[in-house]
Structures are given as C-alpha cells and as structure tokens.
Design a protein around this ligand. Structure first.
Ligand SMILES: C[S@@+](CC[C@H](N)C(=O)[O-])C[C@H]1O[C@@H](n2cnc3c(N)ncnc32)[C@H](O)[C@@H]1O
Length: 235
C-alpha cells in the first residue's frame, strides 16, 4: 500500500475550499450517446495505466475515472486524493465500494502526495496560486520513468472563456494567464504558459494536445520523469 506523504509548500498557497464544494458529482461515462471526449480520455488513460502499477489521481472528484480504470485493471493499485468531503463520500459509496484496488484519501493535495508511477490530474492544476510548486511535490513522489497526464482549461478558446467565465473578449487579447475565479482560485493559461509550468516541475513533455467536450475546452499534457535525472531542478 502506497503511503501518504505530507509536503511542505514553498510559499503560502491560496485556497478557497468552500468554493470547491460546489463541484458536482454523478456524471456517467459513455452513457446515452458515446462522447468522443470520454472515449479519447479512456483510451489515453488506459494506455498509460497499462504500463504502470501504482496510479494516483490528484483531485479525483467523485471518482468517476478511478471506478472505470480500477474495474478495467483489477491487478493495478489506484489511489485517489480529494479534499471535498461530499465528493469523497460519494466516490467511496457509489463508485469504488466493491473495488479492493482503490483507496481514496480526503486530503488537501497542496499538502499531501503519494508514491506512484503514474499520476493524473484533470482540471485541477489551475486551482493553485503556485501550481508549479504544488505539482513539483507530486512529481517528487513519482517514480523515475513515471508518467503524468494533466489537463487544464484553455485560455485561448476565447468564446468558451467568454461564456463560461464572463471575461470580456478584449481582456483576453495577448494574455498568457488569466484569473477566472471559478471554483476558488482558477487560472486560465495560454498553451505556452501551461507547457512552461509543467516543464518547470522537472517533467519532460511528451505530448501536448487540445481536448474538447461539450462543457469543457481544455489542454492536455502527457509528461515523463526521466530516470537519469537525479531529483528535480532547483528554481
Ligand atoms: C474541476 S474539478 C475536477 C474533478 C475531476 N478531476 C474531474 O475531472 O471530474 C477540481 C477538483 O479538484 C479538487 N481540488 C481542488 N483543490 C484541491 C486541493 N487543494 N486538495 C484536494 N482537492 C482539490 C476539487 O475539490 C475538485 O474535485
């Protein structure tokens, strides 16, 4: 069983936890009509999980992906980390109750991380004031040759940003970063900014891609922790 490690944030991290509790639960994968986004994510996650043994999801929400992956890969170990008590309860009761290969911890992921060889965080990294510092802690506990898959919203999808976050289009022009204020402290980043923040954690980017679903317009990175790098670069 992978153990939970407390981490020491290098700077004070902003947190508006009461806002995170607004996030909903209960979405279904592939139900009704088949959603191209879910199919794409399911294939991408499955491919990476199949290569690894201990998988951590940071900000796992209601456990929708943990349920899907743990059923598909009963021989792998899955760990979910999530602060929102309501979502953790739902995940444990409705999603992973009978799955012995999943453990979910109700913790603040700016303060805790776990040893694993694949980590993923979908729509989570942008919640932190100093996202690079938080993700660096996660990467410290990722095994050498481990993978990370991270998605965040896409600042450069201006129409989506306008309708979801009500930021006037003229304010978006030429911006690299934008604070959108949804669910607490949510940054929107341009493609280059997202890439730089991930690379600053010491990860090597293997794949960058724009992903879309009906309610999200996101960016996705698959990255790698090289075995021949000792530790992480100091900034
Ligand atoms: C936009 S939701 C995404 C949820 C899930 N990954 C998904 O794709 O459905 C962001 C999630 O990150 C969680 N979160 C944000 N900051 C957190 C923190 N510091 N510690 C633990 N969980 C956090 C929120 O509670 C929420 O469940």
């Amino acid at each position: 069983m992978a153990s939970l490690h407390p981490t020491t944030p290098k700077i004070k991290l902003q947190s508006k936890k009461e806002k995170w509790s607004q996030f909903n639960y209960g979405r279904s994968l592939f139900k009704g009509h088949v959603k191209p986004y879910d199919v794409f994510m399911a294939e991408m996650l499955s491919e990476l999980v199949s290569k690894k043994q201990v998988i951590a999801e940071y900000g796992c929400g209601d456990g929708i992906w943990l349920e899907y992956l743990a059923q598909k890969f009963p021989e792998k170990q899955f760990i979910g980390l999530e602060w929102n008590e309501r979502l953790v309860e739902y995940a444990k009761e409705k999603r992973v109750k009978n799955l012995e290969n999943v453990t979910i911890h109700q913790v603040d992921i700016t303060e805790h991380c776990v040893d694993c060889d694949f980590l993923f965080a979908l729509g989570v990294m942008e919640h932190f004031d100093n996202a690079t510092s938080v993700v660096k802690n996660w990467v410290d506990h990722l095994a050498p040759n481990g993978f990370a898959l991270i998605t965040v919203p896409n600042l450069l999808h201006t129409i989506y940003v306008y309708f979801r976050h009500k930021i006037p289009l003229e304010k978006l022009e030429g911006k690299d970063e934008m604070i959108a204020g949804a669910y607490g402290f949510e940054w929107l980043w341009s493609h280059n900014t997202f890439l730089r923040k991930v690379m600053d954690t010491g990860l090597e980017v293997l794949l960058y891609q724009i992903v879309e679903e009906s309610s999200e317009r996101g960016q996705l990175i698959v990255a790698f922790k090289r075995a021949d790098k000792k530790g992480l670069p100091t900034s």
